[in-house]
Design a protein around this ligand. Structure first.
Ligand code: SIN
Length: 525
């Protein structure tokens, strides 16, 4: 058994940013089930949203975040994020983080869906996540141990306190890590769907671990589908075509040249993601192909090197100026319920980043607010942990895994079957009938309620499937409970929740955009 102050599970931006803040004062270990670069943060193309230009302020960013989130966001969390974000970013810039600049050295700001202003900082063109993560990895060098290929099977909770984790490595060796604080930063659940922008390791593990430990979940029905994943005839998820491409003027058309977002929403191709994703999906369901027309973007390959390389891998020629697209699972707005400092409802257990739900994203996340969330809320948790009074190490009683597994381990479905189910019945559009079918399908793999299995006796591959099934079940339950259509949760059998406030804000946003139409690129000092 190893003993540390703090165990962080996951190696994305929220995890490493927290480790960075704690590393001088605490004994921290980072555990990741894949390699350290396996995270959604590394894949982030668009960038980081922050009101850093003179034409912008936190209130504008606040309003855009609320409109995209359908006004069900936690106001306090949004205000905290958009007010504190620019300060943290400025600090990182001063410490050497290289965002893209114009030839006069001013930081370039891009535009993405549902933003009324240009406020997206980006790096390496469309390699923002990669650049930010490299910056963080370098800072942690020699200060924090990142253990790769160490999958957390379960959390240890004794007398109501989370005090460690049980893991299994590549050789299936079981280990125990004892810690006063356990942080879940495992990302969302894109891997529950057939097409996703997420890293292959992101399969809802954090949600399932927290659930087995007794933590409360919230808003799990809100799963965001990114409108523009590169779409080819193969089943493989090739990767994302960033919204920044539409921010630079690209438009969505069918193979017959019809503009798919015209007259659908005042912001047209830059409407909130849930709306654009549904429109594209409905064109596809009607037998049409949808393309991003990039013919108006000069120097596409230089501006978007990552996307160019994704296209090359998929043998799509960007010179043809038409990129085939379809929606794919992208981001989980709901998650483990936390307060603004990352505390869950289980003592000693914390959550940050996509796996957590402070309510900051409401029903639909605004583009490029996820890296910002990771930066701001990891700092909130760091402040909390660093200000705690001197702690006494909790005594360990039994060191047993918390969770009892309630699935038939010898009869689990394949991952592909789970993904097919979620895509068909719990995807972009849902109905009660479909959700009930999905619920019943999962129930066939469950044990009778009084039967329990020891998780340490189950292979990692099966634990991953059990985590997927657990997370699916929770999403389906929430989706059945929300009997309305709102943001990313669209029920064919219920109308879209009316919201006068949102409509007014969209009209306001449209007039701001019209005023700015001629401005191609804004810069900050
Ligand atoms: C994108 O680049 O379109 C994705 C950015 C995000 O999800 O915030």
């Amino acid at each position: 058994m190893k003993s540390v102050d703090i165990v962080i599970i996951g190696s994305g931006l929220a995890a490493l940013s927290l480790a960075d803040r704690l590393s001088n004062d605490k004994n921290v270990i980072v555990l990741t089930k894949g390699k350290k670069y396996n995270s959604n943060s590394v894949r982030a193309q668009g960038g980081v949203a922050a009101s850093m230009s003179e034409q912008d302020d936190w209130e504008n960013h606040f309003r855009d975040t609320m409109v995209a989130g359908c006004n069900v966001n936690n106001h306090e969390a949004v205000e905290l994020m958009v007010r504190q974000g620019p300060g943290f970013i400025t600090k990182w810039i001063e410490e050497g983080l290289g965002f893209d600049r114009d030839r006069f050295g001013k930081i370039l700001l891009g535009k993405e869906g549902a933003h009324g202003k240009r406020r997206i900082l980006h790096a390496g063109g469309d390699a923002t996540g990669n650049v930010v993560m490299e910056f963080l990895m370098n800072r942690l060098q020699g200060k924090v141990t990142i253990v790769e290929s160490e999958m957390v099977l379960d959390l240890i909770v004794e007398e109501g306190n989370c005090c460690g984790v049980i893991t299994s490595n590549d050789q299936n060796r079981i280990s125990t890590f004892h810690a006063n604080h356990v942080i879940l930063a495992t990302g969302g659940c894109g891997g529950l769907y057939e097409v996703t922008s997420n890293d292959e390791t992101v399969t809802g593990d954090g949600i399932a671990l927290a659930y087995r430990a007794g933590a409360k979940m919230v808003d799990l029905e809100f799963v965001q589908f990114h409108p523009t994943m590169l779409n080819t005839t193969s089943d493989i998820s090739h990767g994302l075509i960033s919204e920044a491409v539409r921010g630079e003027g690209a438009i969505l058309i069918t193979e017959k040249g019809k503009r798919v977002m015209k007259d659908i929403h005042p912001l047209e191709d830059l409407a909130p993601r849930d709306i654009v994703a549904r429109v594209i999906q409905s064109e596809i369901n009607n037998g049409n192909k949808v393309y991003l027309d990039i013919s108006m973007i000069d120097n596409f390959e230089t501006k978007f090197p990552t996307i160019t390389s994704i296209c090359q891998h998929a043998t799509i020629d960007v010179k043809a100026k038409l990129l085939p697209v379809a929606p794919g699972a992208h981001f989980l707005m709901g998650g483990i319920k936390t307060n603004l400092s990352g505390l869950t409802t289980v003592k000693g257990l914390y959550a940050i980043g996509e796996v957590a739900c402070t309510g900051v994203h409401g029903a639909n996340r605004l583009a490029s607010n996820s890296l910002l969330e990771g930066i701001v809320f990891s700092n909130m948790l760091a402040n909390y942990l660093l200000n705690l009074k001197e702690e006494t190490t909790l005594p360990l009683v039994s060191l047993r895994a918390t969770g009892s597994v309630r699935f038939k381990v010898d009869q689990l479905p394949t991952k592909a079957e789970i993904r097919r189910l979620m895509t068909a019945y719990v995807g972009i559009e849902r109905t009660e009938q479909g959700l009930v079918h999905a619920k019943q399908w999962i129930e066939q793999f469950e044990l009778n309620s009084n039967q329990k299995l020891d998780i340490t006796k189950i292979s990692k591959q099966d634990v991953e499937k059990i985590n997927m099934l657990t997370t699916c079940k929770l999403i389906i339950k929430s989706a059945l409970e929300r009997t309305e259509s709102r943001g990313a949760h669209y029920r064919n059998d219920f109308p879209v929740a009316d919201n006068e406030w949102i409509n007014k804000q969209i009209i306001r946003q449209r007039s701001i955009m019209r005023d700015k139409q001629k401005v191609k690129t804004e810069v900050v000092k």
